[in-house]
Design a protein around this ligand. Structure first.
Ligand SMILES: [Zn+2]
Length: 354
């Protein structure tokens, strides 16, 4: 992508950038500086693609900004912005950086205009307490930075960012990652460090392009075993997580329901149940069987399962506790409790534990 930069020595691209960074100017004085680009019939504003306004004292946007209809990059970081209007109704940005301002959820418009050109959005270091749902309209995003807010949630609709490569959500108060994160098939970096996560959904294993998974400083006790399947993962940060072993005997195990017991028997003895003989709901229930992970057990489980921590030699150097499920607590005391060595032809390059 051709990003024109403000310090370009090229005369032609120089015309395309306005760099007013580090001037500590308020909206009115920036407005005066921008006026020369269209006063007296000047068409210079049409050339401007890159607007650099970081490190000023802009509590609101200078009103003349909306006249730069060919603007592609807008950097408003490190101002005191308390409101961010719908700038997308005036121009088709490819990059908007508004990090380190004072934007809370009410500071954003109810809706942003659809902007198919927007590739990068940076709202990190603001005061967002909830995931800003109005950004879900930017379905072409490649890079989304929302770290260092006070966000408590991630939208379940996050799957709309089908082209997202970097999702940065560190330094929030997120306690739950929606399963739909697993639909972000283009994702290469997922940053969830410094949150309140106690678990990760197994669907993370569907992120086949993931290279970097940063989950340090959370409350994770185990990881889903499915992440073994992430063949491109080369960086995994785990420090400052409990990642402790909870013994099977410590876990309260409720007895299985009659439905579960009979369904288990049907599966175990391979009793045929032709379509039509069973109510649809029962047939569906039978379909939902999961195999017990104990290789010496032929059993299955449905809703009733026993958590089991398996230490897995994940990178040749460290053993990581993975959460698995067994059909019964008896299955945990297998005599061959050896460490699983996953069939991997590569080793993870970096595992950051300390
Ligand atoms: Zn079993």
């Amino acid at each position: 992508m051709n990003n024109y930069t403000s310090d370009s020595s090229d005369g032609e691209t120089g015309n395309k950038a306005i760099d007013l960074a580090y001037l500590l100017k308020n909206p009115e004085s920036v407005d005066k500086l921008l006026a020369q680009y269209f006063e007296n019939g000047s068409k210079k504003f049409l050339d401007v693609e890159n607007m650099i306004l970081h490190h000023n004292e802009l509590t609101a946007l200078p009103s003349n900004l909306t006249r730069f209809i060919n603007m592609r990059v807008l950097d408003l970081s490190n101002n005191g912005l308390t409101v961010l209007p719908n700038i997308f109704q005036y121009c088709q940005l490819s990059k908007l950086v508004a990090k380190n301002n004072r934007l809370d959820n009410e500071a954003l418009p109810k809706d942003f205009s659809y902007c198919p050109t927007l590739k990068e959005l940076n709202l990190a270091g603001n005061n967002l307490s909830e995931f800003p749902d109005q950004i879900l309209t930017f379905t072409s995003l490649r890079y989304l930075y929302l770290g260092g807010n006070g966000m408590k949630n991630i939208s379940k609709e996050i799957w709309r960012f089908k082209q997202l490569q970097v999702l940065s959500l560190g330094g929030n108060n997120i306690s739950d990652v929606p399963v739909s994160v697993g639909l972000l098939k283009s994702l290469q970096a997922l940053v969830l460090c410094d949150n309140q996560l106690e678990s990760l959904p197994a669907s993370v294993a569907n992120l086949h392009n993931l290279r970097s998974l940063l989950i340090h400083k959370n409350r994770l006790k185990t990881l889903p075993p499915e992440i073994i399947a992430l063949r491109n993962l080369s960086e995994l940060s785990l420090r400052d997580n409990p990642l402790v072993v909870r013994f099977v005997s410590d876990i309260q195990h409720q007895p299985a329901s009659l439905l579960e017991l009979s369904a288990r028997a049907i599966k175990l003895h391979n009793i045929s149940a032709p379509v039509g003989d069973l109510p649809h709901s029962l047939a569906q229930y039978l379909e939902s069987a999961h195999r017990c992970v104990n290789p010496h057990c032929k059993g299955v489980y449905f809703d009733n399962r026993v958590e089991h921590i398996k230490f897995v030699d994940f990178c040749g150097k460290y053993r990581i506790p993975l959460l698995q499920y067994l059909c019964s607590s008896k299955c945990a005391s297998s005599p061959n409790e050896e460490v699983i060595k996953p069939h991997r032809t590569y080793l993870m390059k970096k595992v950051l534990l300390g």
